[in-house]
Design a protein around this ligand. Sequence first.
Ligand code: FMN
Length: 253
Amino acid sequence: MRVFSLWQGDIEPYVQIIKDAGGLVFWTVGSPDDAARAKDMGVDFIVAQGREAGGHLVGSAPAMPLLPSIVDAARGVPVVAAGGIAEGRGLIAAMALGACGVWMGTRFVASKESANHRGYKERVVAARATDLVETELFDAGWQESPHQVIRNSTYSRWEEAGRPANGQRPGEGERISSFPDGKPLYRYDIAAAWDGMEGDWEASPLYAGAAVELIHDVKSVAEIVGEIEATAQAALERIADLRSRFVRRVAAA
Ligand SMILES: Cc1cc2nc3c(=O)[nH]c(=O)nc-3n(C[C@H](O)[C@H](O)[C@H](O)COP(=O)(O)O)c2cc1C
């Protein structure tokens, strides 16, 4: 099955083309208003992105209140939860809020298989939520699109310079690194640091969300999925235990 993930902009013209070719459409939305349009457009799965997500943001609110409001608006289209989820407790919480599954970004940056720079993965592991900033700073290639990143040298220099406007920012147009094919990476580019990049790779956007609070090591994808399973199972057992204690207390009353 071919799966297509769409988000920002007008997706409608693409949905029918994908459906005609036999593909499945996932659409990342950030509001119940968009979710309400999904069914008529023929979208197969809605991805509800909470504002705590890493990378570029469409979420209008954190996932906890946003997700159930999107589920309510989805008119039966299945909803996948995104934003702030890194293991099984988040999966069970999202399912309790009406999601059929989860969609994780930041957790998989810190995976062995990710093509991101080793130093970027280490920054994700070391970061706390207080190290994150929501900004529109890394805009070369995509302007006025808010994104969440770990504070880095480019962000700090820009802040120290008094947050100047685009075109007057420190080091504008400066080459900070190169892609493996030799293509230059400039300061303020939207591209994240790739494996093997040399130079000032740390100055590129280190996309990450609040899930950094739960990420303590770089693991293989198989280990991450295994951890999701184990922690989801433990969460379900905890809920069952709480429920049976509650039932016993009510019966004894
Ligand atoms: C490094 C990185 C790159 C991303 N690139 C894309 C992208 O190209 N397209 C997209 O739809 N979402 C992209 N996202 C957003 C994710 O699809 C997802 O909404 C988000 O990561 C979920 O929140 P989480 O990071 O807390 O797991 C990216 C996220 C990260 C962290």
